[in-house]
Write a protein that binds this ligand. Structure first.
Ligand code: UDP
Length: 327
């Protein structure tokens, strides 16, 4: 814990929650964010915020040297599946080429530890659920392919140059730090839980349910929603584990699946009134069921997600929806 942790994308949703947890655990932090998606209000005042790009090797190297950075947690990326299909160049450039340059800046400064934000999207349509880390990797989106390419890059850099890395494959991040003044704000918003709650608060007329003819109990897609503060905890554990292991890949999910209809009905209980829903067709590229096995993260990282109750997750998201900055 001697040096400082560089958090790329630390002004974003999961990044800003991880910055809070790092500070609570006594780490020194610097955030690098180009603010294309992130928000300055999400970065605590006591944390240095470098506004710039991961692809700017000079800036990253200078930041590492001047602020005594010894490890990196790398969130900065584009992360919308639909957008990745219509604009793959942006995704390969920002995610893959950007990360290559970040790793170059780490090499020239002799920085060897990185925790990387990967995704369940690397699996594509799973052959079996729950999904463990040895499942077939066959992403169905450009977004998933960019994250898988980076995982490969990390593995090759570990073998050739001694890089130490952990890839964390997130399932569906949800909720907000209770009372923390931070939460999910995407523009445009595409994620189910914020859209459901915006329909509840009247900021949207309704929420669409994408597909009611899946082979699931109620016909809607099943996902594994994991509280963002539990995700943040896993990053601290991953960083600590790099003292003992050179590399690792872990699923981060709750191991429980909830359908779109279950999300809507549980949210109705939380907000105390019906939420207007419109049933629509399937969204392209959506697998029917994505649920993680989190056995490896529990056993090897000592991760123990504590906010796994769906109603509790939705309560924190609802509190945020009512208090968030209006953009
Ligand atoms: N979904 C939906 N309506 C929306 C947004 C999402 O029915 O307006 C569904 C989507 O098809 C998926 C689930 O909700 O089955 C979670 O989608 P989200 O975009 O939140 O996360 P993803 O699973 O794509 O990472």
């Amino acid at each position: 814990m001697d040096g400082r942790v560089l958090v790329t994308g630390g002004a974003g949703y999961i990044g800003s929650h991880t910055v809070r947890r790092l500070l609570q655990n006594g780490y020194k932090v610097v955030v690098l964010d180009n603010l294309s998606k992130g928000h300055t209000w999400a970065v605590p005042l006591e944390v240095p915020l470098v506004i710039g790009d991961i692809a700017d090797i000079g800036l990253v190297a200078q930041t590492i040297r001047q602020l005594g950075v010894t490890s990196v947690i790398h969130f900065a990326a584009f992360s919308l599946v639909g957008e990745s299909m219509s604009d793959p160049r942006a995704y390969y450039s920002n995610n893959v080429a950007g990360t290559l340059r970040l790793l170059d800046a780490m090499r020239v400064t002799g920085t060897s530890c990185i925790v990387f934000s990967s995704t369940a999207a690397v699996y594509g349509e799973p052959a079996r659920v729950p999904i463990d880390e040895d499942s077939v990797l066959h992403p169905t989106s450009v977004y998933g392919r960019t994250k898988l390419a980076i995982e490969g890059m990390l593995e090759d850099y570990a073998a050739a140059y001694g890089l130490r890395y952990i890839s964390l494959r997130y399932f569906n991040a949800a909720g907000a730090d209770p009372g923390g003044g931070i939460g999910e704000v995407h523009n445009p918003e595409t994620h189910l839980i914020p859209l459901v709650l915006q329909a509840a608060s009247g900021r949207r007329p309704f929420v669409e349910v994408f597909g009611t003819d899946y082979a699931t109990a109620d016909g809607t897609c099943i996902r594994d929603y994991i509280h963002v503060s539990d995700l943040a905890d896993a990053h601290i554990l991953a960083l600590q584990s790099l003292d003992k292991q050179q590399k690792g890949v872990y699923n981060l999910g709750s191991s429980q699946g909830f359908s779109v209809r279950q999300i809507v009905s549980t949210a109705e209980g939380v907000v105390g009134h019906p939420i207007p829903v419109v049933e629509s067709g399937r969204r392209s590229g959506d697998p029917a069921v994505l649920v993680a096995s989190n056995v490896r993260a529990r056993a090897e990282l000592g991760w123990n997600p504590s906010m796994t109750d769906l109603e509790m997750i939705l309560r924190t998201a609802w509190e945020w929806e009512q208090n968030r900055p209006r953009t």
